[in-house]
Design a protein around this ligand. Structure first.
Ligand code: C2E
Ligand code: MG
Ligand code: MG
Ligand code: MG
Length: 284
């Protein structure tokens, strides 16, 4: 059926979840309305310094508060947003919301931190991206260095185009991170040319780090590679103290995962802020 579709996620979710094109159409209609009815929400997950145990930033992760289906996670609708092109509008909302929230927290007296935002390739390959980011930074007054754009290896496919976009984004002063590093199939050639700041080790490598020597070696190699290229390296999906210890011993710069916190709403972040900071410090 969908064999010719390059996107595995499309195949998986259409066959798993959507028994008819009607259901898919319903979800698409709902998703169009989601923006208008303000049903999208960002949750925030801490990113922690391995050395100091300080909160360095948060990653903004999109959720959809569906009126009847409840909270829907990105793996269940981002593919549809991409397929329908809705991701462009949604992605813009995510960038503005994340920047506004970060600026608001700074105004409210929270310690300045970085805000990471995921970009989909549909967004990345739009001519309007750079101008949009520039406007949001101007309108919110957020320091550009407090915004991190997470791209994936797939965006390195069109080398010249991507290099050009990334250079423009860098000129604005934002940070660039390669998400899910090691998961894609791209060559490593782009690493020496692209103006990037950090690599995020895909959580599939972190998951079994306590029992699988191959994963240990891959993770160590990524950390060494990043450091030799002058990049910071972040491990995602860290759930256990033992994983943290191991990653610390490999000198991984930043840690993100359920160990410190699941992604939480802005309200929860605020109400838990001080205990969150002290819990994180204790774990480190
Ligand atoms: P990602 O960018 O790699 O984000 C990390 C994912 O890992 C998040 O899933 C997060 O909740 C999850 N995670 C964090 N720590 C742990 C852990 O310790 N254990 C486990 N098992 N999982 C952990 P989430 O929020 O469901 O998002 C899934 C993916 O959806 C993201 O992966 C990202 O690729 C995409 N996504 C999320 N928000 C956005 C968005 O605003 N725009 C776009 N284009 N994509 C987004
Ligand atoms: Mg990410
Ligand atoms: Mg991502
Ligand atoms: Mg990831």
């Amino acid at each position: 059926e969908a064999k010719s579709q390059g996107k595995n996620r499309y195949v998986v979710y259409t066959s798993d979840m959507y028994h008819s094109s009607m259901e898919k159409l319903k979800l698409e209609t709902d998703l169009r309305n989601a923006l208008i009815h303000d049903e999208l929400v960002l949750h925030y997950q801490p990113q922690v310094c391995n050395h100091s145990g300080e909160l360095l930033g948060v990653e903004a992760l999109l959720r959809w508060n569906h009126p009847t289906m409840g909270m829907i996670y990105p793996d269940k609708f981002i593919w549809l947003a991409e397929e329908t092109g809705l991701i462009v509008e949604i992605g813009k909302w995510v960038i503005s919301e994340a920047c506004m929230q970060n600026k608001k927290w700074q105004k409210d007296g929270y310690k300045p931190m970085k805000m990471s935002v995921n970009l989909s390739s549909e967004q990345f390959f739009r001519a309007s991206l750079v101008g949009f980011v520039k406007n949001v930074l101007q309108e919110t007054g957020l320091a550009p260095s407090n915004l991190v754009l997470e791209i994936t290896e797939s965006m390195a496919m069109d080398f010249e185009y991507s290099l050009n976009v990334l250079r423009k984004l860098k000129r604005l002063g934002v940070c660039i991170s390669i998400d899910d590093f090691g998961k894609g199939y791209s060559s490593l050639n782009y690493l020496k040319k692209f103006p990037i700041d950090s690599l995020k080790i895909d959580k599939s490598f972190v998951r079994d780090i306590l029992k699988d020597d191959d994963d240990v070696n891959i993770v160590k190699a990524i950390i060494t590679l990043a450091h030799n290229l002058g990049l910071r390296v972040i491990a995602e999906g860290v759930e256990r103290k033992e994983q943290l210890e191991l990653l610390k011993s490999y000198d991984c710069d930043e840690i993100q995962g359920y160990l410190f916190s699941k992604p939480i709403s802005a309200e929860t972040f605020e109400s838990r802020y001080s205990s969150l900071l002290s819990d994180i410090k204790l774990l480190c």
